[in-house]
Design a protein around this ligand. Structure first.
Ligand SMILES: Cc1ncc(COP(=O)(O)O)c(C=O)c1O
Length: 424
């Protein structure tokens, strides 16, 4: 499906036709969607609940009640079993390199610290000033704790990382380059292979945050030279609020790296209860404590629709959805004071589209309260619209842009309560 060939101002029936032709249209039926009339465009923050996930979680709760402690005979390996499925279906990685565990923040800390320890003569960490706050904070904390220097790229807020600026920032004193593959605010997408190669040329390790990539864009971690990666499962992967994150450690590096949390789930022959930490030689050494079993079950169920639809087909639909959104932005919203805050070039963009407006917060609240469109807002002035190709339709994009246009034309957005809310 592609909106190529549509006029510059696609009509609602053009959008309906794209839906009718969409080979993935039926995957919407896998999800629980009872908010008739409301348009959910925040799957890039918290994905929808699928019927399979609800059923698997109910089964898992039953199993807990029935099997009690005996259940652990199967549950204790879930982190790596689900990791292997995620690796094969979504991450472009071979088995034995991914574990689903802890949060993105904690995994980032574990892997970044392990990387710094593996490059003892080097004292620089390269990050990105435009990166998600938790990434910057973790790197700041590590730099402070290890007496290292944190060098932050001054990336373009819309276009993202510039390869020349990165090349100038990475030198022989750089231990680690840590970047998001897709920027959380603008959806700018980095070139994974080129960036990883650049880090390696200077002898640094490369750590990617895939939170806005996994389940949205095709990933080839093994082929594209990633050393390390982390990411969350509650966005495009639909595993639910607070579901466990994942980490990837390339095979060749696993024995060289030692993470800072020496817990019993990383220990060789765990139930020998021995003295002294002696970690497993494989991906299990990056585990720490007891896994969140219910969350792991939800991650496993969340992978299923991707196994069925295939990430390449989802990506093709995603690009068509965001292209339509940008066409409508140009035709309707730009003349009303909006600006595109995502890369225009589809080769540099991921799966959401950000629209900037000086009253962005008020507009976002008006979309939710007055127009039944659910995006989110990122300071200082950006509304993120995230159509998820598994369940968002072309008419959703058309209607959302149409409702936003009407709010702008009428000025109704100026009448909403603009007080700050704890979560934006
Ligand atoms: C790029 C990125 N990294 C990390 C996180 C969150 O990490 P955690 O799950 O530890 O809160 C987010 C959340 O939106 C994110 O967008």
């Amino acid at each position: 499906v592609s909106p190529i060939g549509l006029t510059t101002e696609p009509s609602r029936s053009d959008a309906e036709e794209l839906d009718a032709l969409d080979p993935l249209g039926a995957s919407r039926d896998l999800f629980e969607i009872d908010d008739v009339g409301a348009i959910y465009l925040d799957g890039n923050s918290l994905g929808r609940l699928s019927q399979l996930t609800r059923a698997r979680l109910a089964d898992a709760v039953d199993e807990w009640g029935r099997r009690l402690i005996e259940g652990w005979q199967d549950w204790y390996r879930l982190a790596v079993h689900v990791g292997d499925r995620l690796a094969a279906t979504v991450l472009g990685a071979g088995p034995g390199q991914v574990a689903v565990t802890d949060s993105t923040t904690v995994n980032l800390y574990k892997l970044a610290d392990a990387a710094l320890a593996a490059r003892p003569g080097r004292r620089v960490i390269v990050g990105d000033r435009e990166d998600f706050p938790t990434d910057r904070y973790v790197l700041e904390g590590l730099a402070a704790a290890r007496g290292a220097a944190l060098r932050l790229l001054e990336s373009d807020p819309v276009e993202g990382i510039d390869l020349d600026a990165l090349a100038a920032a990475v030198d022989r004193d750089t231990a680690l380059v840590c970047l998001s593959h897709v920027n959380y605010r603008s959806a700018a997408r980095a070139e994974m292979a080129a960036v990883s190669e650049l880090a390696h040329r200077k002898g640094a390790l490369m750590l990617w945050d895939l939170s806005h990539s996994a389940g949205a864009v095709p990933l080839h971690l093994d082929d594209d030279g990633a050393d390390l990666a982390v990411g969350c499962t509650y966005k495009y992967l639909n595993a639910g609020p607070g579901s466990p994150a994942y980490l990837y450690v390339r095979h060749e590096l696993q024995r060289q790296l030692r993470q800072p949390i020496w817990g019993w789930f990383g220990q060789r022959d765990q139930f020998a209860m021995g003295q002294g930490y002696d970690p497993e030689p494989d991906i299990r050494r990056f585990l720490a404590g007891t896994p969140a079993v219910l969350g792991l079950v939800a991650v496993d169920a969340g992978i299923e629709p991707f196994a069925q639809a295939g990430i390449d087909r989802l990506w093709a639909k995603s690009q068509a959805l965001t292209s339509l959104l940008i066409q409508l932005h140009d035709a309707w919203l730009a003349p009303l004071g909006c600006r595109l805050a995502s890369p225009r070039d589809p080769g540099r963009r991921a799966a959401h589209v950000s629209i900037g407006h000086h009253e962005g917060w008020r507009l976002c609240r008006a979309l939710i309260e007055r127009a039944g469109v659910i995006p989110d807002f990122r300071a200082p002035d950006v509304i993120r619209l995230g159509p998820a190709p598994l369940y968002s339709r072309f008419v959703d994009v058309w209607d959302a842009c149409d409702r936003l246009r009407r709010l702008l034309q009428s000025g109704e957005y100026l009448t909403v309560d603009a007080s700050r809310r704890p979560v934006t």
